[in-house]
Design a protein around this ligand. Structure first.
Ligand SMILES: O=C(O)CCC(=O)C(=O)O
Length: 228
């Protein structure tokens, strides 16, 4: 698709998904995750949908899955999940990046969608997502891993947002979230609030939506449809 095409999420490149879980239920789940991570100070959960019941049920939440199917069709698999616990007062910035490209793969933005789901309330103080609306229209930017500086706990990824860009913080209540074009440029700052902030990032794909850059096979978990 051309770099300027809107894609399934239209001109903004993102939209909210409201109440994929009841707020109280999402917060209770977050409390369990926080309790499990607290002793080791863990911050990152890699692919919890592969072996953790809570994440297996989150990626199949009916309201979420229906919204994803509306965007990319009935056959849906999960390519990756990434849980983040941001402890209050501990530096952990996620740098500007696009979810659909990394050193291993590139997702077709017509046949994939990224979700960011809040398990606790997330606002500007506690490190909610910040997006650059419309940035997906520029296509994928050259992917480059740079030296990590300052508070960035993730990797700096060669995506630079200039002063004056229309950056929009997107506060989200527990149990709601965002669906994003996989080219949308986004980031999140450290948690300067008072409680831990928990979120789950999911990459959903339709058949043919993944191109591996390193020749390996994608690791997909089918969750909907008969086309897998
Ligand atoms: O949880 C966060 O603060 C950001 C996560 C994110 O942007 C990602 O995993 O792509």
């Amino acid at each position: 698709m051309s770099a300027t095409a809107d894609g399934p999420l239209g001109a903004a490149g993102f939209r909210r998904v409201t109440d994929w879980a009841a707020p109280g239920k999402a917060r209770a789940r977050a409390a369990e995750i926080i309790a499990g991570q607290r002793s080791g100070g863990g911050e990152v959960l890699r692919n919890p949908h592969r072996d953790q019941e809570w994440a297996q049920s989150v990626v199949r939440a009916p309201r979420l899955l229906n919204a994803v199917r509306d965007l990319i069709g009935p056959d849906v698999a999960v390519e990756n999940t990434f849980g983040v616990v941001k402890w209050p007062g501990r530096p952990f910035e996620v740098p500007w990046h696009q979810d659909g490209i990394n050193d291993r793969l590139e997702l077709d933005p017509l046949w994939s969608v990224a979700a960011w789901l809040a398990l606790t309330d997330a606002d500007a103080a506690s490190g909610c997502l910040h997006v650059v609306p419309g940035s997906h229209r520029g296509g994928y930017l050259p992917y480059a891993v740079e030296a990590v500086t300052g508070a960035a706990r993730g990797r700096a990824l060669g995506v630079h947002v200039t002063d004056g860009a229309p950056v929009e913080p997107v506060p989200v209540r527990a149990g709601s979230g965002l669906l994003m074009d996989t080219r949308l440029v986004h980031s999140s700052p450290s948690n300067l609030g008072t409680g831990a902030r928990v979120g789950l990032n999911i990459r959903f794909v339709a058949p043919g939506g993944v191109r591996m850059r390193d020749g390996s096979d994608p690791s997909l978990t089918p969750i909907s449809g008969t086309g897998w």
